[in-house]
Design a protein around this ligand. Structure first.
Ligand code: SME
Length: 156
């Protein structure tokens, strides 16, 4: 992904969010822009932390069986617990992986952090092996920071 693509996607997200305050609509807009603009992003979803479970919110792609994930499980649980982005190049080689679709080959999970507090995370699957790299990490961490700003009032 070029820096131009990254900036264009961020600009589009900023535009979509500029007049949006409803948390569900904010998440829907982010998911829609990422799914539309990034061809390798086969499944795009947002989980929100509720107690010690991650609860699936807006997503695009095939329905996932994992609508509630305990913090102790999955790549999703690991990213929230470690409070850092996890990239898995080959999901079948990662024992933490909870399968969502048979076609999925790689995954990135980016926590949505407000200071040290985990609000949720962006989870993206690709049907391509090793589809995610440093540019995806930096794009999605910038998106997660925008989401944190919009979502943090929801919990306060
Ligand atoms: N693969 C995730 C579960 C969520 S689905 O991919 C949508 C995990 O291992 O935590």
């Amino acid at each position: 992904m070029t820096t131009e693509t990254q900036q264009a996607v961020l600009a589009e997200i900023d535009k979509a969010l500029s007049s949006e305050r409803d948390p569900t609509r904010v998440m829907e807009q982010v998911v829609a822009v990422l799914k539309r603009e990034m061809p390798a992003y086969t499944w795009v979803g947002i989980y929100l932390l509720e107690g010690d479970e991650l609860v699936l919110g807006p997503f695009l792609g095939k329905p996932s069986p994992h609508t509630r994930i305990p913090l102790a499980r999955g790549i999703c649980g690991a990213a929230a617990t470690e409070k850092q982005t996890i990239i898995v190049d080959d999901v079948h080689a990662d024992p933490r992986y909870l399968a969502c679709s048979l076609e999925t080959r790689s995954e990135i999970v980016v926590p949505i952090l407000s200071g040290a507090q985990v609000l949720g995370e962006i989870d993206i699957d690709s049907d391509r092996a090793a589809a995610f790299g440093a540019p995806d990490k930096s794009l999605l961490e910038a998106v997660a920071s925008r989401l944190a700003t919009k979502l943090k009032d929801r919990t306060s």
